[in-house]
Design a protein around this ligand. Structure first.
Ligand code: SF4
Ligand code: SF4
Length: 438
């Protein structure tokens, strides 16, 4: 694609990056076929190619974002299916991230929407506040029935509709909190390695059992696990809201504490059980490339970051203790399959450990979770969830496995089949408790 940035514009490293990305696009449109919003809405401006044109216009003409641009960028799930499909290697993620930052800085949203976004950016990364908000949401759940029912995908869902979506996501009961930052779990048997495990923010409130399962599997296989003290939310939630100052501050804070640990007692890897977070941590090196104080450290941390299944696939697991013929529908989270290109390891690990693994039809399509998307765009998100659940039902599973808490909550909202994390099944197979019973 031809671009017309001026030399002065290209002196800005972000614009230079956008120029490189835009020039790679040959506007072939292959990406439209796998874009969930184009598949649902059929509007070119809700396709990757359409959005690329909108972003190009905004950046090239140095125009403030218009309502039209904001509408179509807001509808993008950042699922990155387009990046998997694109034959020209267009890095759509870095382009849309840049567009979101510009929108956040320059576009004035209606007051209620601004307040909602501030609340999400403030509450979600803070486990204490998030826990409190989930308790309040549970109390308010009976009121959800009084709020407007979902309609067909609207241009911009109203505040009440979004509140209703938020209430629907609140769990009936919250589990007790998991272990605190600073905890160390020694290897059982001869030590083979030492890793940090990302504590996460929403996940540690909604499902601490996931990291517990990871700790069980790792320590059982001779890996010492540390929950690094003073670690924060990885920044993914605010990054996807375009609030990059917040996201970068969190990235820097995490890099500092992880490096201290790596240079102290040593780390072979920083393991992540929420693939949405893993995708962003693996991108820290890019996000901080212009920060001379942090660029090298950020690149080092990104290289250490691994999804739990990526890491477990690289070590020899003991033979499965449970012989299970359970049929598992494997839901491939977008952040894992498109963001990190991890497609085989989770399924291979499950198969090797005695499960019957089934691929879900249309597995490239997002379930609609996408960070805060199911709150901000609930109607599109619900349509995607219903489509995902219907596709999952086709393989008649006993359980559904996924590697991202957002997907797990989203899918569980539309099915009675138990939804568990891949590592919970691996824990069970190698001697841990059976998942999906709580
Ligand atoms: S598939 Fe790639 S090159 Fe083709 S239009 Fe989409 S982003 Fe551009
Ligand atoms: S990230 Fe997903 S929703 Fe956004 S343009 Fe690409 S395929 Fe479509």
């Amino acid at each position: 694609m031809k671009t017309e940035f001026s030399p002065a514009q290209l002196a800005n490293p972000d614009i230079a990056e956008a120029d490189k990305i835009l020039r790679a696009c040959v506007h072939c449109g292959f990406c439209t076929a796998t874009c969930p919003t184009y598949v649902l809405l059929g509007d070119e401006l809700d396709s990757p190619r359409g959005r690329i044109y909108l972003i190009k216009e905004m950046l090239e003409k140095d125009r403030p974002p218009t309502q039209e641009v904001v509408k179509h960028i807001d509808r993008c799930l950042s699922c990155l299916a387009c990046m998997t499909t694109c034959p020209s290697g267009v890095h759509y993620m870095h382009l849309v991230d840049q567009a979101r930052v510009r929108i956040e800085k320059e576009y004035v949203r209606p007051l209620t929407e601004r307040l909602l976004r501030v609340a999400l950016a403030w509450v979600l990364p803070r486990p204490g506040l998030f826990r409190l908000s989930m308790m309040l949401a549970r109390l308010a759940q009976p009121l959800a029935a009084l709020l407007p029912a979902p309609k067909a995908a609207a241009a911009s869902p109203g505040l009440l509709r979004r509140i209703k979506a938020m209430l629907a996501l609140a769990p009936g009961k919250l589990p007790a909190p998991g272990p605190a930052g600073g905890s160390i779990f020694p290897a059982l048997g001869p030590p083979r390695g030492r890793v940090a495990l990302l504590q996460g923010c929403a996940q540690q409130v909604l499902a601490p059992r996931i990291n517990q399962a990871a700790i069980n599997v790792l320590t059982r296989h001779g890996i010492e696990v540390v929950l690094v003290k003073d670690e924060q939310c990885c920044g993914a939630l605010t990054h996807h809201l375009g609030r990059d100052d917040d996201a970068l501050a969190r990235a820097r804070a995490n890099i500092a504490v992880w490096l201290k640990e790596a240079d102290g007692d040593g780390l072979d890897a920083i393991l992540v059980t929420t693939s949405g977070c893993g995708t962003v941590i693996k991108d820290y090196g890019f996000m901080l490339r212009e920060d001379s104080n942090f660029a090298a450290a950020a690149a080092r941390i990104s290289a250490l970051a691994k999804d739990i299944t990526e890491y477990l696939g690289s070590i020899e697991l003991q033979p499965a203790q449970q012989q299970s013929d359970l049929v598992i529908a494997y839901h491939s989270a977008c952040s894992l399959q498109h963001g990190q290109k991890i497609t085989h390891a989770p399924k291979e690990l499950l198969s090797k450990n005695g499960f019957v693994v089934k691929d879900v039809p249309e597995s490239h399509l997002c379930c609609g979770s996408a960070g805060t998307y199911n709150i901000l765009q609930p109607d599109i998100a619900n349509r995607l969830r219903d489509r995902k659940v219907a596709n999952i039902a086709k393989v008649k599973p006993d359980m559904i496995a996924a590697g991202n808490i957002g997907c797990m909550v989203q899918i569980a909202g539309g099915t009675s089949v138990p939804v568990v994390h891949t590592v919970e099944l691996l824990d069970w197979a190698t001697g841990g408790p059976r998942p999906g019973l709580n």
